[in-house]
Design a protein around this ligand. Sequence first.
Ligand code: ATP
Ligand code: MG
Length: 352
Amino acid sequence: MHNIAVIPGDGIGREVMEEALCLLEEICKTNSLLTIEWEIFSWSSEYYLQHGEMMPKNGLDTLKKYDAILFGAIGDPRVADEVSIWDLIMPIRKGFEQYINFRPIKQLAGINAPLQIDKDIDFVIIRENAEGEYSNMGGNLYQGTSQEMAVQNTVMTREGVKKASAFAFKYARSKNYKKVTSATKSNAILHTMKLWDREVASVSSNYEDIHFESVYIDALTAYFVQRPEEFGVVLASNLFGDILSDLGSSIVGGLGVSPSANINPEGNYPSMFEPVHGSAPDIAGQGIANPIAQVWSLALLLEHLGYEQPADAILQSIQHVIQEGIVTPDLGGTCTTKQVGKAIRDQVKSNL
Ligand code: ATP
Ligand code: MG
């Protein structure tokens, strides 16, 4: 028996979450081995406008009791981005030690992606999500003068790099990926990136069955475009992973079909699964948001909880509806969010 906390959030987050939950209900009805219950939390920008906070003070204590979190999207033109990010998403990521950000980059047949190549793109990006370039350390001197100078520190710890690497190699082995590629820039960033290289290489020596390569980030971005079919697991620091992730999702079809996971590998706190896209205020309320990224995030959640077969069934169903042309306008179709959601639901029964 598993319990999931569901936070639909704002804008299209709420619309696509509805489809994910209807699908989950359908799966639980069809497959009695799946014993999942969920509870919905209305924490959002709307909640903030009413209560002055994105979630209650004891929000993390509440969430802690769940096995996983399914998240929609957060963001509202009436609330500063800093508030929604720093009062809700970051406390969850940090408080629950979700130091891995995970993104599958998989080309689904039938999507008119910008790379017109006839090859199988199927890899994952594993991004170190807790330290690295995104630190609060640094400072600014002589502000407002022509001598103004700013310093931003990158923080890498042996332990942090080692844990992220271990996750990447373990994942590669468990999913039969033959290669781990580490993104580096140790030819120019001499301190932190050398530590990164050393620790990743040291972990790699425990995985002789998996080919390991270290590639400079500038070259790597080019290879993502030139030969994306060659990657298996790509391991990157916080900043490099952030950039690679957006590049990765854009080569296989964009935000509407890009899921992600923030993982706590030790399992002492819940992991969180969410689409890469935000609340998209420009199309919110129109019923045309693509629900695939959210539904695929649900599949990642189920896989994480050990329900591999239903997760596979969801992915096959997504693949099927895309090939049938049942898609929203962002993928060139004319279907609504609900039509795509229903088509996936109808299909999943025959895949379970
Ligand atoms: P936020 O501030 O919450 O991040 P945003 O304005 O940055 O919102 P995103 O959701 O990040 O918007 O996405 C950028 C654009 O991509 C949107 O404005 C929208 O047009 C498109 N988009 C994003 N997600 C989807 C989706 N699921 N279906 C269709 N279009 C989408
Ligand atoms: Mg955005």
